[in-house]
Design a binder for this molecule. Structure first.
Ligand code: NAP
Length: 471
């Protein structure tokens, strides 16, 4: 039986935010806290596994920190558990003193323009999941034979990841953990030009400096920036951007690209500014054939900064592929407050707020992108999770002052009972040992080719490997 002072916390989602929250909880709370992490997929790490570009292996090494958390004796991992299907909001409240939602922003944002649903038009989030072997996107049809030009909409780091992946040389892709199905399609690709389109100017781009610099160092692709268009995009002063070192450095890098003589590589990435897509047009077979762009000018925004205002000027670019990389979006969880407009769980410093009363819901917390929106880098989630964990610990302390173990006291705070429930609902539960078996299997498949791993991309394969290793 658990000690009456033991506090049991469920973390929903195993990406960086969930793992930082678990790590802080286990580190900061003396001996009292036990953490169970519940994850929809058999595999952990969220976007570190299925979002970070395969040619950025150093970024992925952050999982070593999460592995330390996972090895903690008061931590358990339950993979292949879908919230709302295998376990409900009520079940969690019955078994845990607190729930921490760390479900991220798994969906994409739409442009809301005609033709967006045409074959050949993709959400970047889907393409990213596909090349990273996310089981949801394994069967995505990505036709890289149909066209020589792709258009990527958006000026963030995801847009740059997508553009780079489309032009990487086979020698750059070979040593990565890109999913095998994607390696095959990328190797045969006919795409020679990727046009990255920003709706505002170069100073307003959301790229970070290393990612923008990387474009200039590709083995097989030139980066092209038109000097006149670049300077037109800088014509309206933006004091906020001028005060921002990342933005200033981006402008310097872009100017250096504009001054370059192309090396004559087989492929090119073209960076365009002050353009928004107005429509995607089909060919006679109903596939994407061209992207109609509208020219924007920059005008002061009511909330400060500059916004893009459309002009009457239009241009059409022939392209058989378009990727909208305009941001991720959160999805609601059954029974959990959700704000449709922002795509977030409403919260105050990580305390989930009741939609009707606006008051904090006892024992319910949130971290990461579903708390603050899809911004920042992986490390941003560390501080974000600390804020939420501080709120949890403060709430536990004030409940203790009132003679209660926690603001929310579950009926059945028993570690064995919840595991039994999960196993009864889903015999294919994957524990951390199961994930370690998948991990070893993937790494050993990658070894002969000098790759970090060859990913399993189907749930049934993952379950087979995890089950085979059961003691
Ligand atoms: P992001 O950084 O928020 O960029 C979104 C881009 O889409 C912005 O340029 C935005 O322009 C544009 N956009 C939004 N709505 C649009 C519309 N309707 N039409 C045209 N353009 C539109 O988002 P992200 O690229 O998805 O990245 C998400 C987060 O992950 C970011 O914090 C990013 O830095 C991070 N990330 C980091 C790395 C890395 O460190 N290597 C890699 C990938 C992602 P406006 O500015 O005009 O709104």
């Amino acid at each position: 039986m658990p000690d009456e002072t033991t506090i049991r916390i469920a973390v929903i989602g195993s990406g960086p935010a969930g793992f930082y929250a678990a790590g802080h909880l286990l580190k900061d709370a003396a001996e009292r806290i036990e953490v169970d992490m519940l994850e929809r997929l058999p595999t952990p790490w969220g976007l570190v596994r299925s979002g970070v570009a395969p040619d950025h292996p150093k970024i992925k090494s952050v999982t070593r920190i999460y592995e330390k958390t996972a090895a903690h004796p008061r931590f358990r991992y339950f993979g292949n558990v879908t919230f709302g299907e295998h376990i409900s909001h009520e079940d969690l409240l019955a078994h845990y003193h607190a729930i921490v939602y760390a479900t991220g922003s798994p969906s994409d944002r739409a442009l809301g323009i005609p033709g967006e649903e045409l074959p050949g038009s993709h959400a970047a989030t889907d393409f990213v999941g596909w090349y990273n072997g996310h089981p949801d996107q394994t069967d995505l049809e990505v036709d890289l034979l149909c066209t020589e030009r792709a258009v990527v909409i958006g000026n963030g780091n995801v847009a740059l990841d997508v553009a780079r992946m489309l032009v990487l040389a086979p020698s750059e892709l070979a040593p990565t953990d890109t999913a095998d199905h994607a390696l095959e399609v990328l190797a045969a690709s006919r795409v020679r030009e990727v046009v990255v389109v920003g709706r505002r100017g170069p100073a307003q781009a959301a790229f970070t400096n290393p990612e923008l610099l990387e474009l200039g160092e590709l083995a097989d692709a030139d980066v092209i920036v038109d000097a006149d268009e670049l300077e037109r995009g800088l014509a309206v002063a933006d004091p906020a951007a001028e005060a921002n070192t990342t933005s200033r450095r981006n402008v310097e890098i872009l100017r250096s690209y504009a001054a370059r003589t192309p090396a004559g590589h087989a492929k090119r990435i073209v960076l365009r500014f002050l353009r928004s897509p107005a429509a995607l047009h089909p060919d006679e077979h109903g596939r994407l054939a061209s992207v109609e762009l509208i020219r924007n000018e920059l005008v002061p925004a009511p909330a400060g900064g500059l916004r893009a205002q459309p002009t009457d000027e239009r241009e059409t670019i022939a392209a058989g592929l378009a990727f909208r990389a305009i941001g991720y979006r959160g999805l609601p969880l059954p029974g959990v407050p959700f704000e449709e407009r922002s795509g977030l769980i409403p919260n105050e410093a990580g305390r989930v707020l009741d939609r009707a009363s606006g008051a904090p819901l006892p024992g319910e917390y949130v971290v990461g992108w579903i708390k603050r929106g899809p911004t920042g880098v992986i490390g941003t989630n560390k501080k974000d999770a600390q804020e939420t964990v501080d709120a949890i610990l403060a709430d536990l302390a004030s409940a203790a002052e009132q003679g209660r173990p926690a603001p929310h006291v579950p009926d059945s705070p028993d570690a064995g009972a919840v595991e039994e429930l999960l196993r009864a609902r889903n015999p294919d539960l994957v524990t951390y040992t199961g994930w370690e078996a998948i991990d070893r299997h993937e790494r050993s498949r990658g070894e002969p080719a000098g790759r970090p791993r060859v990913k399993l991309t189907r749930i049934d394969e993952m379950l087979r490997v995890a089950a085979a290793e059961k003691p």
